[in-house]
Every structure is written in C-alpha cells, then in structure tokens.
Design a protein around this ligand. Structure first.
Ligand code: DLL
Length: 436
C-alpha cells in the first residue's frame, strides 16, 4: 500500500529536480551554520552556488562516524539547541555515543516516513501494532511509534524485554503487526512455545523487522514459525532512524529508499570511487531535508547495492538490496573476507540445527594463523541422537563453509538453548584477536 502517492511514485525526472533543489538548499544551510562543513567544503573548493547538478554531489567530501565523534555532542547541529525538540543517540560499542537532534519539522518528516514504511508493509488504521523495539535513546521505539500513530493504527508501546509478558500481550491484545529485530522475533517464538502458545495461532500477520543484518533464509524461518509476512526495514540514527528504506509487501525484494529525503550512493569502501547501479559497495547517504542534523555524504559502512529497475508496487524509488553486513563486522580470516550473514545462510540451509549461532575468531598462538569456530545449536530431536550423527552433521557444515566461502572453520554443535538470546540487536561474533 502506498501512503504518499505524490512522492513515492513521482516520475524520476521530477524527483531528480526536487533532489537537486533540496541538495542546494542543504549545502547552503550547513555552509552557513556548521563550521565543520564550511571548512570541509572550502577545502574541497565547493561553494553552495557551485552545486548545479546532482553530479556535483561527488565533489562534496564524505562525512564519517569519526567526524561525528569528534564533534560530540552537538558540534554538527545546524540549528541552535532551543529549536531542537528531541535527542537520540546510537549506543556504539566503544566510547561515546553518536548524538543526533530533531526539530519539530524533523519529527514531522520522520513520522511521515515511518507512516510510509509501515504502509509499505501493509499496515492500516485497522491494525494493532505491537512495538517491541526499545524505547529510549535508540531510534527504533519512538520512530515506529509515531509512524504507527500517524497511520491511525492502535499502538502498543511494549519496548524490549520481559518476553513472557510480551507473548501474553501479543495474544490477549490481538496484535496484528509486530515490530522488533529479526533475532527477537525468533526468540519470542521460542518463548511462546515454552509457554505452550503456538506462535502460528496468534493474529499476527506481518512483522516489520530490522536494525540488524538478516538473511533470506532467516526470513523464511520467521515467516514459518509465526505464520506471518516478514518485511525488512532499514535505517540508522545518523540519518534519521528507521524509515530510510523498506521493502514493499508486493515484491519483498529490495528496500525502497525515500529519495525525496535521502540521496543514496554506493562507493568502493577502499578508494571512495562512486560505483554504478548494481555494483556492491558501501552505502553513502546525504540527507536533503533534515534541519537539526543534516549530513552530507555520510558513510554508513553498510554493504549493499542499488536496484534501479521499476518495481511491481508502482513506487519509482530506487531499491537497495538487503544489507549484507557492515564493513566493520566483516571478518578477515586468513586473508579471506567473510560476513557473518554468509555463514548464517549456510547454517539456515542445514537440516537439524537451530537458527542460533555464534562465531568465535581467534589466533593460534603457535602458528599465528586465524581460526574460526562456528557454534550452532542443534534441535532437541537431534541432540538426543547418536554422537556419530552429530559429528557427521558438523563435518558436513565444515565442508559447506569451505566450499562456499573458501575458509576452514571448526563447527561445534552445542546443546539447545545455550547460545545467548537478544532483545535488541544480536551479537554474533566474538573476535578474540582484537584482545591480543
Ligand atoms: O538500528 C535504526 C532502526 C531501528 C532500523 C529499527 C530499523 C528498525 P542504529 O542503532 O543507529 O539505528 O543502527 C544502524 O544498524 O547502519 C546497519 O548496520 C544496521 N541495520 C539497521 N537496519 C538494518 C537492516 C537503527 N534492515 C545500523 N538490515 C545500520 C541490516 C541493518 N542492517
């Protein structure tokens, strides 16, 4: 379902004209109000009035997470704090969080984009939305909340945690849409089963899942377990939060980027060269309507590619392929690049194991070579089976990993329910080399 026909199905030519107008305006604004951007633009010889076509975007320098950190907390705000009505922040694994701000109009924009997103997943005012994304500094909870209210759906502001209570509410309140991370959707199914509730028996018909990488195989598993559609939603705090892009229920292939607000580019992460449509690389986004926290050419570190072909849903917006992983989550094992999602694909295609896994990377103290251990849970049924069968399953997965990714890994099958579960973003990798 299309929420905003005018913008979501705008002919490309008109859309590009709008983008150019908005790009010029944002460059002018940050040039005048944010010393960091003025300095960067001056160094690159770019003045606001020299932006004459969308091609000129390439002359603007990139902005990185490090730039955001160095201007902590408010250094990149383009309006005085008294015009900022909301703050969010991304946790970040180390050091200080990244702080972002919203004016009243930014919140309006965000609610509109979230309404578009939820509508794209098929949500209407008749739905009951069980929102299990965390409320707080994380953008997931409040982002979904305002979008669902904008649509006129009934919102249940659950936030994360207390899974048994979540299952009870899901059942009793008759929720039809659930919003949470894919890993939490899976965990909730497991908790429901423990409580003697069949997840397939609830009224849920769609899950709007994102905030972490997941695979097509994981989608199938979640859809099967809950008897619902699972739709991929993408976003990041630095850009706005959730609502940067989302799949449509019609195609479920590629996430439409709301290009009237964000200009996407794909670059080679090593050289910074802009890549053509269809080529995989790092997603770079420029916000063209944000007031409090505009960002020019922000390097997301997310790996994807752009799909320009028209979509059956009627949207003219370009699509991004589901995110494969982040450049900083990419493992380099004995010189071979591996994303955790590639291992996930192999695990999920294996009969008898559960979709819960942990990757442990280490370095052999003697040989100084990298090692990868893949811990995977086996199903209850298989666990009570003969040791020999378990061993042969592990060897099979090792062969699959070798064949598909070209690396040697040790697969360790572990007891059911021993790998940690997550209420928000799953943590799938422990890299002990970083400690050394
Ligand atoms: O995760 C915003 C969000 C909330 C998106 C709810 C979707 C739903 P951050 O905490 O700043 O914001 O983390 C952003 O999470 O750069 C990606 O690496 C990853 N990510 C987000 N959505 C997806 C997705 C929120 N659908 C970072 N697939 C991003 C893969 C995703 N990775």
């Amino acid at each position: 379902m299309i929420w905003n026909d005018e913008y979501e199905t705008m002919p490309r030519e008109a859309l590009e004209a709008l983008q150019l107008k908005r790009l010029r305006a944002v460059v002018e604004r940050v040039y005048a109000t944010v010393p960091f951007y003025r300095r960067r633009l001056e160094e690159a010889g770019v003045t606001p009035d020299s932006i004459r076509s969308l091609e000129d975007l390439r002359r603007i320098p990139f902005t990185t997470k490090d730039d955001l950190r160095q201007n902590y907390p408010y250094g990149l705000f383009a309006v005085p704090l008294k015009q900022v009505v909301r703050i969010h922040a991304s946790s970040g694994t180390t050091g200080k969080p990244t702080v972002v701000g919203y004016t009243r109009r930014d919140l309006e924009t965000w609610s509109e984009l979230m309404a578009r997103s939820l509508a794209s997943a098929g949500t209407t005012k008749d739905d009951v939305v069980h929102n299990a994304y965390g409320y707080g500094l994380f953008t997931g909870g409040l982002g979904i909340h305002y979008g669902a209210e904008r649509i006129g759906a009934t919102v249940i502001p659950m936030s994360g945690g207390n899974s048994r209570r979540q299952v009870m509410v899901l059942q009793d309140f008759g929720s039809t849409v659930i919003t949470c991370t894919p890993s939490y959707a899976l965990h909730l199914a497991e908790v429901a089963e423990e409580m003697g509730v069949d997840p397939r028996s609830t009224r849920l018909r769609v899950g709007v899942l994102g905030a972490e990488p997941w695979t097509e195989e994981m989608r199938k598993e979640i859809e099967e377990r809950w008897n619902m559609q699972a739709i991929d939603i993408y976003g990041l705090s630095e850009i706005i939060g959730p609502g940067v892009s989302i799949e449509c229920e019609e195609a479920k292939h590629g996430l439409h980027i709301f290009e009237d607000h964000f200009i996407p580019e794909i670059i080679n992460p090593e050289t910074g060269e802009v890549l053509p449509y269809g080529e995989e690389g790092e997603l770079v986004i420029t916000t063209i309507t944000k007031e409090a926290f505009p960002v020019l050419r922000y390097r997301t570190r997310d790996i994807t590619y752009l799909i320009p072909e028209p979509c059956i849903c009627g949207r003219t917006l370009v699509r991004m392929r589901r995110v494969k992983g982040r450049t900083d989550d990419m493992l380099i094992i004995r010189g071979v690049n591996v994303f955790p999602s590639q291992i996930e694909e192999i695990i999920m295609a294996t009969e008898g194991v559960e979709p819960h896994y942990l990757l442990i990377v280490d370095r052999d103290p003697e040989t100084r070579l990298d090692t990868l251990e893949v811990q995977v849970e086996v199903s209850e049924a298989l666990f009570s089976d003969e040791v020999r069968r378990l061993q042969s399953l592990a060897r099979k997965m090792e062969r699959d990993i070798k064949e598909m990714l070209g690396i040697s890994a040790k697969v360790k099958l572990v007891e059911p329910r021993t790998i940690q579960r997550f209420e928000g973003k799953a943590k799938r990798v422990i890299d002990n080399r970083k400690l050394a």
